[in-house]
Write a protein that binds this ligand. Structure first.
Ligand code: NDP
Length: 279
């Protein structure tokens, strides 16, 4: 009997999670099967319960259900409690454990895979949606000099700043009135790149950056990364590494073993290049 896992979202056809977890399972010799579930937009809970009743052991949760997964979980890890968003569920005897592995995935990709330390750096986070919410605590735990959040709708950045103030040096910025434009690391956590749009931040921020990171990924460089490169950013990176690292952390939560991530990142990049796979 194979243990059942899945990623649940809407839409879900684009998801690379079944591919990633199948390779992790082969690598670590785990008897498991991982599929994708398209949940109806108005009945996430029923879709989760149905999977659980079929013997499902755990789920990855993606857009637009991370908040509903947070509410559905009966027990939460500390990082999920603070993020108020859940991307991983583990079914236990009488409980559903909710976790959030997005932030640790991003931090590992930047620090271990790209070799850039976050400690004492000036970091700009653009965006204040579900993804941003999940990565702020792990970023602050690395003790950057400052973490500035800027969002198109400034009130959302201000709310996140207040929510995370107890955990580190965090400020909220306005797209039109940056108090300072010198950032070492700039992270795009908006969905603007999905529509080939650019967040309207001051263009001179990129020239000072050591790393510009777009959490989105695809077969081609995003507009955001191309633009940052043209403006003089020293290093750019897309979100493939984060995707694989957050998956590895979920896998560890479920199976208690850590898969190797670098071979999977390399494989995904080569497949993107050859097959032009989208998000
Ligand atoms: P949400 O819908 O929750 O938030 C969207 C954010 O993008 C908001 O801050 C919104 O601003 C902003 N935004 C959208 N369009 C524009 C625009 N044209 N200009 C400026 N800001 C814009 O999405 P998520 O937070 O869930 O996802 C964000 C991105 O992160 C996606 O691209 C997703 O693919 C990626 N992601 C990658 C992961 C990975 O593992 N690599 C994991 C999770 C997410 P406003 O508040 O003003 O509407």
């Amino acid at each position: 009997m194979l243990d059942l896992y899945a990623v649940i979202g809407n839409p879900i056809a684009h998801s690379k999670s079944p591919f990633i977890h199948t390779i992790f399972a082969q690598q670590t010799h785990q008897a498991m099967q991982y599929t994708a579930i398209l949940a109806p937009l108005d009945d996430f809970k029923a879709a989760v319960e149905s999977f659980h009743h079929q013997g499902g052991k755990g789920l990855n949760v993606t857009v637009p259900f991370k908040l509903q997964a947070f509410q559905l979980a009966s027990r939460l890890t500390e990082r999920a409690t603070i993020a108020q968003a859940v991307n991983t569920l583990r079914f236990e005897d009488n409980e559903i454990l909710g976790d959030n592995t997005d932030g640790v995935g991003l931090v590992r990709d930047i620090e271990l895979n790209l070799g850039i330390t976050l400690t004492a750096k000036r970091i700009l986070l653009i965006g204040a949606g579900g993804a941003a919410q999940g990565i702020i605590l792990p970023l602050l735990q690395q003790q950057p000099a400052i973490l500035a959040i800027a969002n198109r709708t400034p009130q959302k950045a201000q709310l996140l700043q207040q929510q995370f103030l107890p955990f580190g040096n965090i400020i909220a910025e306005n797209f039109t009135s940056f108090s300072d434009k010198r950032f070492d690391i700039i992270i795009n956590a908006t969905s603007a790149s999905l529509n080939n749009a650019l967040p309207e931040v001051p263009i001179d921020i990129f020239a000072h950056a050591t790393l510009v990171y777009d959490m989105m990924y695809g077969s081609e460089l995003s507009h955001f990364l191309k633009f940052a490169q043209q403006q003089g950013a020293r290093q750019i990176a897309d979100g493939i590494g984060m995707l694989v690292e957050q998956a590895a952390e979920s896998f560890f939560l479920w199976r208690g073993v850590k898969p190797q991530t670098i071979p999977v990142i390399t494989l995904l990049r080569s497949m993107n290049f050859k097959q032009g796979m989208n998000k």
